[in-house]
Design a protein around this ligand. Structure first.
Ligand code: ADP
Length: 566
């Protein structure tokens, strides 16, 4: 068989862009994207993407392979640009719309972005970020305005007074997105990657633990994760998919391209709140949606929460879903699947693969099992929990802590212009070190206990903040819970709980009641010594609780004196 070699017919570079071409054939007259009064079909979406790609390729005067950024919420143009930018031969850089102008400016500079597509409601934010670029950063990126549709449902600039417009940079607006689509060529031969390792996306991590890093993925890794994510969630053909997860967050865990693969209907939403979500679920008969556990919490605890008419598949991840929240949302009719991933892994790569025999377990036990992160998906080659010093697997006892490591074809190429961070994360032993601390259960399912930085070390014992939080979530008055380390003169650190309460909980329970609640359910050393109530917990731009801010508050409250320990 030695003479059998790869040849051009069997070596076409893998890229998810081919999914759109196929969708136009198979699902040409079926709805692709729905937003307010606008509905496109898959043949229209393909046509619009080709036109946009041709105009981006030919009329902007940018060299192929450059970075092109997009700052927009989940609107149709945002969906189309996930295809059009790479189809034009550029690297797609989605930017989180909740970042401030300074951070956006840092990203534009670091990525050397050559063009920025931006939503009209984010105009002042983007213009301010451009005005913050240093004078030596020349020429500044071209700006392309995505004008609001007539029936758009947002008044004014969604950043309110947060950022100021600078009219001198208004002149930099080169064109409008619709203008480009209109002048584009529908017969454009889109630019297929020469090599599947060619970079396709650049996403900046949300920086829960450090300053943002630019994660670069190849066409191949995106192809693999897209396939894998569809199989892992058993997504059927033509689902009705509601966009509650921001597309800017890891390209919506790859379901942007995934919906083209299965001919789904993308229901776009500019704003996400429980009322809008419940209305959309009813109006469009939504079958699938994704979101961080905070979205599940929001939906389950909202006064509008009612049993759903038909079940809705909900993929959650990005943070640990408390078992109590899984339980409550499943009682409403959400069928919760749980996945674990990182921007560096392009999407969900570990998931709580469900076994039918677990269906017979009591609801509480089912929710507890589902809250475990689980096993590797089919597309990942391996996942393990190892001792970070020796690299050896930890005991499968559900108790020994170690670092979660993964390997597989969907992993990033590396961090842009940061070889040091890349080699620290992707080590010579062939694993990517995630920085997440977990345990391996005897049945081979792994469970996250914390991020390395979030572990609380009290009197030499490791306390998993996630474990304490899951107990607090089971208290009927608690809406959100986050536990961080507080300095302690005697123990070094002790757990400090920050809580927000459910709407209508009145009067506020005394702090000691929460401490007693934990004491009845946890070993003594894991019980929070301090409880702080907040109206709402501070979140990162991707909706995760900002533990570093809470750690700061706990730190400023000062070390607990030996006498004040409970
Ligand atoms: P950032 O690291 O800036 O928050 P990411 O969005 O890439 O940006 O977040 C990845 C991290 O989110 C993981 O390293 C992990 O700590 C956390 N995470 C993701 N999914 C889960 C999950 N299912 N359970 C617990 N933590 C999760």
């Amino acid at each position: 068989m030695d003479q059998l070699k790869p040849n051009p017919a069997n070596s076409c570079p893998l890229t998810p862009l081919t999914f759109l071409q196929r969708a136009a054939v198979v699902y040409g007259d079926c709805p692709s994207v729905v937003y307010n009064q606008t509905t496109f079909t898959w043949s229209q979406t393909y046509d619009r993407c080709l036109r946009a790609a041709s105009a981006i390729h030919t009329s902007l005067g940018i060299q192929s392979g450059a970075v092109v950024s997009v700052v927009a919420p989940n609107i149709p143009a945002m969906y189309e640009l996930q295809f059009a930018v790479p189809m034009a031969g550029f690297v797609l850089n989605n930017i989180n719309t909740r970042l401030d102008a300074r951070t956006i400016s840092v990203i534009l500079r670091h990525s050397e972005s050559k063009a920025v597509f931006f939503d009209s409601h984010l105009r002042s934010l983007v213009l301010e970020s451009i005005s913050l670029l240093p004078p030596e950063f020349q020429p500044p990126p071209l700006l392309i305005l995505i004008a609001a549709a007539d029936d758009d449902d947002v008044d004014g600039d969604i950043n309110g007074g947060r950022s100021k417009s600078n009219t001198s940079v208004d002149d930099l607006i080169a064109d409008t997105y619709e203008g480009l689509v209109q002048k584009g060529n529908p017969d454009f031969k889109w630019i297929s990657p020469k090599n599947e390792w060619d970079p396709m996306t650049l996403n900046y991590t949300s920086g829960t633990t450090s300053s943002p890093k630019g994660v670069v993925h190849s066409h191949k890794s995106i192809f693999i994760i897209t396939f894998d994510s569809l199989i892992n969630w058993s997504v059927p053909k033509q689902p009705i998919y509601l966009w509650t997860l921001p597309m800017f967050h890891s390209n919506g865990w790859s379901y942007t391209w995934g919906m083209a693969a299965v001919g789904g209907t993308n229901i776009c939403l500019r704003k996400v709140n429980p009322r809008v979500i419940y209305e959309a679920i009813n109006m469009y008969k939504v079958t699938h949606m994704c979101g961080a556990p905070v979205i599940l919490t929001m939906l389950a605890n909202h006064p509008l929460a009612r049993p759903l008419k038909t079940p809705v598949q909900f993929m959650t991840g990005g943070a640990p879903p408390p078992a109590a929240v899984v339980l409550r949302s499943e009682s409403l009719g959400f069928v919760v699947s749980h996945g674990y991933g990182m921007t560096e892994l392009a999407g969900v790569v570990v998931s709580c693969a469900w076994k039918s025999k677990w269906d017979e377990f009591p609801a509480g036990e089912r929710a507890r099992l589902k809250a475990r992160q689980g096993v590797r998906t089919l597309g990942l080659t391996a996942a393990d929990v190892v001792d970070p010093e020796s690299g050896k697997s930890v005991k499968r006892d559900g108790l020994t802590l170690g670092e979660i490591v993964v390997r597989g074809g969907c992993l990033m190429l590396g961090y842009l212009k940061n070889p040091e961070a890349t080699s620290k994360c992707m080590r010579e032993d062939g694993w990517l070190y995630t920085g997440d601390v977990g345990v391996m259960h005897p049945d081979g399912y792994l469970e996250i206990k914390d991020r390395s930085k979030d572990i609380i070390i009290t009197g030499g014992e490791n306390v998993s903040s996630v474990e304490v939080e899951s107990v607090l979530y089971s208290n009927p008055a608690v809406n959100e819970a986050a536990v961080v380390a507080q300095p302690d003169d005697y123990w070094g650190e002790t757990p400090c709980a920050f809580l927000s309460l459910k709407e209508g909980v009145c009067p506020k329970p005394p702090e000691y009641e929460m401490i007693e609640f934990c004491r009845a359910r946890l070993p003594h050393y894991m019980v929070p010594k301090t409880v702080v109530f907040m109206a709402e917990l501070p979140k990162t731009a991707t909706g995760k609780v900002q533990k570093f801010t809470l750690r700061d508050i706990a730190y400023k409250m000062g070390p607990l004196a030996a006498t004040s320990r409970m």
